[in-house]
Write a protein that binds this ligand. Structure first.
Ligand code: EPU
Length: 293
């Protein structure tokens, strides 16, 4: 009997993960599981753990780099309707972990709820955005999150306050937990002004970063305290560096863009080169923002 007996209908084997990430790189997941609801999710995680199967939750794959060998475990996706709901009440929007974040940002603005336009152009699912406290120059999700519901390490559903989540720069204390939903508190405001700001931030990003359609994972490295990783990489002369058809972006040195025949190994080679050069130049050790599986 297979370890996932009883879950056959929601489990597939050898699923190419390149189809599930923005980078479109890397090998297959040994298994991919899409639970129907929270109860089934908890049962799946318990089964993985009993069977010694490593598991990870994948959002929309905007910030992950999958190794060429793939992922030898179970990739869980919260893609079923139960995890996709969004609900507006007064100035709060509650969204399931699988909900598409950029779409949520636009619906909030359409309703005259402002704040999230500061996070324009950040791809991700609600769960992924919370898990890594996604943000940019104009803000981060921690500023808006009032409650986060998780499946905790003991597989209990719990609702946390913002303080309990332990948000810091591109970090939360949710390692080993699964985000189920988040409530964001916004403000009633000027819809037209919010829309304009959303557009302005988009335009700014568009002119300083590779286009969203390019194959990348956004910024590769976190900004070290007091420094911009992009500038350190640029000053180390890394713009345009290539490994195979992967290239450190000419527009923004903290992006590595994949080309037609790029493999994950090429991207990893550029990551090593970038780290080494910046270390030599400045003594600073760059920390990865992208998650490598
Ligand atoms: N810079 C250079 N050369 C470069 C890139 C940047 O000199 O090649 C300089 C810029 O001129 C600027 C400074 O470095 O003075 C900072 O650059 P930027 O304003 O582009 O912002 P960033 O810190 O590199 C952050 C987020 C981005 C987010 C942008 C805009 C991190 C690691 N990065 O970039 O987030 O899009 O602000 O809001 O926090 C991501 O998280 O994946 C991401 C792309």
């Amino acid at each position: 009997m297979s370890w996932y007996a009883g879950f056959e209908r929601i489990c597939r084997s050898d699923v190419p993960l390149s189809e599930y990430t923005w980078y479109r790189l890397g090998g297959p997941a040994r298994w991919m599981i899409e639970p129907r609801d929270t109860e089934q999710l908890a049962a799946v995680v318990a089964r993985c753990e009993d069977a010694g199967v490593t598991w990870r939750v994948l959002g929309c794959g905007a910030n992950v780099l999958i190794s060429d060998a793939g992922f030898d475990g179970a990739v869980i996706r919260l893609s079923e309707p139960h995890f996709l709901t969004t609900h507006f009440q007064d100035e709060t929007v509650t969204a399931g972990a699988g909900a598409d974040f950029p779409r949520l940002v636009r619906s909030a603005i359409e309703r005259g709820l402002v704040g999230l336009e500061a996070l324009a152009g950040i791809p991700g699912t609600m769960g992924g955005i919370i898990r890594m406290n996604a943000g940019g120059r104009y803000g981060e999700i921690a500023q808006f999150a009032s409650q986060v519901t998780i499946l905790d390490r003991e597989r209990q559903v719990r609702t946390l306050t913002c303080a309990q989540v332990g948000f810091s720069y591109r970090h939360t204390d949710l390692e080993g937990c699964i985000v189920l939903a988040a409530a964001l508190t916004l403000k009633t405001g000027d819809r037209a002004a919010a829309l304009q700001r959303h557009r302005d931030i988009w335009t700014e990003k568009h002119s300083t970063q590779p286009p969203l359609a390019a194959r990348s994972s956004g910024c590769i490295f976190k900004n070290p305290p007091g420094h911009a990783a992009g500038r350190l990489l640029d000053e180390a002369g890394l713009k345009g560096a290539r490994a195979g058809s992967a290239q450190i972006s000419q527009r923004h040195a903290n992006f590595i863009v994949a080309g037609a025949n790029t493999t994950t190994r090429d991207v990893l080679e550029l990551i090593d080169l970038a780290r080494e050069r910046v270390r030599k130049n400045t003594g600073i050790e760059l920390e990865l923002e992208v998650q490598i599986w």
